[in-house]
Ligand binder design. Structure first.
Ligand SMILES: *Cc1c(COP(=O)(O)O)cnc(C)c1O
Length: 495
């Protein structure tokens, strides 16, 4: 069976998995979605005995049907190796009455590594399978973490180049330093004078510009995307939900088939959508708890059925979630509309033209397994302090948004279902916010002094990703207006 992906905006635009990975985005702004999600027909007890790589193979082989077993195993083995600082790849820890799924043990200490360490292998394999002879240019907008994870993944990968755009004043100092010190010879990094949505809109515009595509083609290039709009990122993210569930079975915490809830700190809606896709594959998730920061568009959407991005963009202590247009929500909209590309296209047109749309009552009913809430910056700081006081465990600001929302959900619902909370970044990436949440007096310290303070507080080894950038020289200093993104990309490519 060669399982087809289809555009959320045009049912006639189909692609195999490898083609969808190569293209990143469908025509006219649509996203590729699987026609159906195959059942994961391996008993959970069996999965519980497998390591991360084996579970990854079982999940991904169901979704990437035109990859051979050999190709897929090669991608998986190359990605999930000693780049991760633990054999477990994604360890599960019990704190604050919940299972914290630590997704930050990869090279750049954010959960983006879970998918971006495999995407370059999937993409270059897909290029080979489809006889692509062009150099692939990865265009990426980042709210902070995708940028470095994509740079690390694609750095010096033959046949690829990568350009990353980040909001100049919208990322943490450590996030910025990680990106601008990137050494790969095929890399380009620019700050833009705008926010993440501006960066994402600029990138999407370049993707759908036919004239630009022709020029690129003539010069031997082809765009692809490392953002979570690429199914090559989404599918690898399904793996760790299945993996963590089966770890709980292996540890005797739950029995195979028992329901769980998942809490996901959400920005672009990729991570939580992966959990939803995993449930369509058979993972028994009863509630998807969508946690937002002060940019609470999604909370309002789940509460009212209206998505409205017409509001102020707020810079928060969880910058990777400072987003008003959650791209991957479109995939859920498509699904709750009954896989209806026309309805979806109509709503997305409205979003584009008026900044908002309203779903039908039936669609709203189809969202019954989702719950949304948000946490303010004060609540985030208080949550970090609470967990530290409880047992010395230190979480980052994004994870704290999730834990705070988990507490709200539990208080409101009384639901005691075992819960997995996605922990999306190492606290070392957001040192200032984390350390000052525990001890506000330390705010006068420099960024790297705070790293040492965090080590004293947590006794968790300083990750290599942080040590590397302490003294690394800045190699990228481009800052451009959001209108000039195309110009700087052309300059980078020499066209
Ligand atoms: C990207 C990111 C998120 C948001 O994930 P989405 O898939 O965009 O919803 C949350 N936390 C951290 C640390 C991130 O880097």
């Amino acid at each position: 069976m060669s399982f087809l992906y289809r555009s959320t905006r045009n049912e006639n635009e189909t692609a195999t998995a490898s083609q969808a990975i190569l293209k990143g985005l469908a025509e006219n702004g649509g996203l590729f979605v699987p026609d159906e999600i195959p059942e994961l027909d391996v008993p959970f007890e069996e999965l519980a005995e497998m390591d991360y790589r084996e579970v990854a193979f079982e999940v991904m082989s169901r979704m990437f049907t035109d990859f051979t077993e050999e190709e897929l195993r090669y991608c998986i083995e190359s990605a999930y190796d000693s780049k991760f600082d633990t054999e477990k790849i994604a360890p599960v820890k019990y704190h604050h009455g919940a299972y914290i799924l630590e997704l930050f043990h990869g090279k750049t200490i954010a959960f983006k590594d879970m998918a971006l360490s495999i995407l370059p292998y999937l993409l270059t394999t897909a290029a080979k399978k489809n006889n692509v002879d062009k150099e692939i240019v990865i265009l990426t907008a980042t709210s902070g973490d995708t940028g470095k994870a994509a740079l690390a993944g694609f750095s010096d990968v033959p046949g690829t180049r990568i350009a990353v755009f980040y909001p100049k004043n919208g990322v943490s100092p450590i996030q910025e330093k990680q990106m601008v010190t990137e050494k790969g010879k095929n890399t380009f990094v620019a700050g833009i004078t705008g926010n993440f949505d501006d960066a994402q809109t600029g990138v999407k515009k370049m993707f759908s510009d036919k004239k630009l595509a022709e020029l690129l083609d003539k010069k031997g290039f082809q765009f692809s995307s490392a953002n979570s709009i690429n199914i090559g990122r989404l599918v690898p993210q399904m793996v760790y939900y299945v993996y963590s569930y089966t770890r709980l079975i292996a540890a005797g915490q739950i029995k195979a088939g028992d329901p769980i809830n998942v809490v996901v700190p959400t920005g672009n809606f990729g991570n939580i959508l992966a959990a939803y896709y995993a449930s369509l594959m058979g993972l028994p998730v009863s509630k998807f708890i969508c946690a937002s920061n002060d940019n609470k568009v999604l909370y309002d959407f789940f509460a009212t059925g209206t998505y409205d991005k017409n509001r102020d963009f707020i810079l928060t202590s969880s910058p990777s979630m400072d987003i008003l247009i959650s791209s991957n929500l479109e995939r859920l909209i498509y699904r709750i509309a009954g896989n209806d590309p026309e309805k979806n296209a109509e709503l997305m047109k409205s979003l584009n033209e008026t900044g908002k749309y309203e779903i039908t009552d039936q669609m709203k009913k189809n969202l019954y397994s989702f719950y949304g809430n948000f946490a303010t910056q004060d609540e985030v700081a208080a949550t970090i302090k609470t967990l530290y006081d409880e047992d010395g465990y230190i979480i980052d600001t994004h994870t704290a948004v999730a834990v705070s929302v988990y507490d709200k959900y539990k208080a409101e619902s009384g639901d005691a279902t075992p819960t997995i909370i996605a922990s999306t970044a190492s606290p070392y990436k957001f040192t200032r916010s984390v350390v000052t949440a525990i001890d506000p007096k330390l705010d006068s310290m420099g960024d790297f002094e705070l790293v040492d303070e965090l080590y004293k507080l947590s006794a968790v080894k300083v990750p290599a990703a942080i040590d590397e950038i302490r003294t690394a020289p800045v190699l990228h200093d481009t800052v451009c207006e959001k209108e000039d993104m195309e110009k700087v990309v052309k300059k980078f490519l020499g066209i």
